[in-house]
Design a protein around this ligand. Structure first.
Ligand code: NAP
Length: 267
């Protein structure tokens, strides 16, 4: 029997942190060996088991990322904030620990830094860890390559009211897939300000926020007298947690480099 995967979990008090704690507790193939949250969080010092209505785990929430690495994890699963992600990635590189980055809202500069750090350690960076959205990205690329002249692409997303970044990292990744299919640079064609007439070739984004929506994304191809819509609806964030654990067990076996969820699912 192989030893369980040792996971360090920053953002343990967050929505995704709690989801991963709950899933990992029910899975013999992995264990959470250390947890942390933002300095000043009211959850510091709490046991991650009792915090999630599970048996006592013996792992308490620390305010110091050093505690994550002291526990000698195989992998860090990060669903926090862009600033925390970059600092954790730098520490992971110096401790030679693999990483799953699920945090969204990273800037282009953050992305460059992450890629640079990934030359020293294996990192999976994915704005959406669900199997369905990963497949949706491939479909969008194929359809965008076929529907070129006279077809307008719009991306619509909805999320719960606590989400900070917009458009979602998933919407941007779907925009990248559409732009790749059309062989154009997304930055040159993305349209966020919708005042004025639409320009040919634009890829437009619309955002809705409210309630407890786990995540809904539609990529709509508007033609003349017809419309093709590709939609993914997440009804529970458990799908992101499962995908993150799958990515974690995969990345722990890889060489240094920056990988995507597509790579995880390809194996
Ligand atoms: N890839 C995917 O499939 C996927 C799925 C869902 C969400 N996400 C993304 O994952 C991120 C987290 O989402 P969420 O819904 O779980 O948000 P959340 O509930 O706000 O959780 C984030 C947690 O990280 C903590 N945190 C902030 N700074 C930290 C630091 N320096 N060290 C350790 N912990 C720190 C936060 O603490 P405080 O609340 O005290 O500040 C919070 O507990 C977002 O970027 C979201 O868009 C990605």
């Amino acid at each position: 029997m192989t030893a369980p995967l040792r996971i360090a979990l920053p953002g343990a008090a967050g929505r995704m942190g709690r989801m991963i704690t709950t899933l990992a507790a029910a899975d013999d193939r992995c264990m959470i060996v250390a947890a942390s949250d933002r300095p000043g969080s009211p959850m510091l010092g709490q046991d991650i088991g009792t915090m999630n209505q599970l048996p006592v785990s013996g792992v308490v929430v620390a305010d110091d990322a050093a505690a994550l690495f002291a526990a000698k994890p195989d992998v860090i699963i990060d669903f926090t904030t862009p600033a925390a992600t970059l600092s954790l990635a730098a520490m992971a590189a110096s401790h030679q620990v693999a990483m799953v980055v699920g945090t969204t809202g990273l800037s282009a500069e953050d992305g460059k830094q992450l890629s640079h750090l990934a030359s020293d350690i294996p990192v999976v960076w994915c704005a959406n860890t669900s199997v369905g959205v990963t497949l949706l990205g491939r479909l969008v690329e194929q359809v965008a390559a076929k529907l070129v002249d006279d077809w307008d692409i719009e991306i619509v997303e909805s999320h719960h009211k606590h989400k900070i970044d917009a458009p979602s990292g998933t919407a941007l990744a779907l925009g990248q897939a559409a732009a790749k299919g059309r062989n154009v640079d997304l930055d040159a064609v993305m349209s966020l300000d919708r005042t004025g007439a639409r320009q040919d070739g634009d890829i437009g984004f619309a955002v809705m926020r409210g309630g407890d929506v786990a995540g809904e994304h539609s990529v709509i191809f508007y033609g003349q007298s017809e419309r093709l819509e590709l939609t993914h609806r997440a009804t529970d964030r458990v799908i992101f947690g499962r995908g993150a654990l799958r990515a974690a067990s995969w990345i722990a076996q890889q060489k240094a480099g920056l990988y995507a969820m597509d790579d995880v699912l390809a194996d």
